[in-house]
Design a protein around this ligand. Sequence first.
Ligand code: AMP
Ligand code: ZN
Length: 113
Amino acid sequence: MSNCIFCKIINKEIPSTIVYEDDEVLAFNDINPQAPIHILIIPKKHISDMTEVTEEDIGLIGKIHLAAVKIAKQKGFAEKGFRLVNNCKADGGQIVFHLHYHLMAGKKLPVCT
Ligand code: AMP
Ligand code: ZN
């Protein structure tokens, strides 16, 4: 998607601080962190939001979860824990319409409402 900011990050057209990358998944620091560690994990395939995930993406979604755990172990917060969040569409608070998961850690996070 030529006008998608996260596709531009994938294509290295705009800068980001990458913390994990493989053939299908990219993870980079959120530009406006809401926790001491706040990383975004995205599929390299452009999927606009969670409602657009299909059966063929099941493996890809699993790889995103595994990437979260790899990052947590590598950065040393797997033991203490973390939060993995997807915001879907307007009522979910989604602003960027390329599927992404917020990986947050580094403090005791407030209970979700
Ligand atoms: P959401 O509200 O779930 O769509 O979250 C979008 C997230 O993308 C926000 O936490 C933003 O801070 C983050 N974000 C937007 N632009 C960038 C960027 N260029 N690099 C890193 N994070 C970004
Ligand atoms: Zn995109």
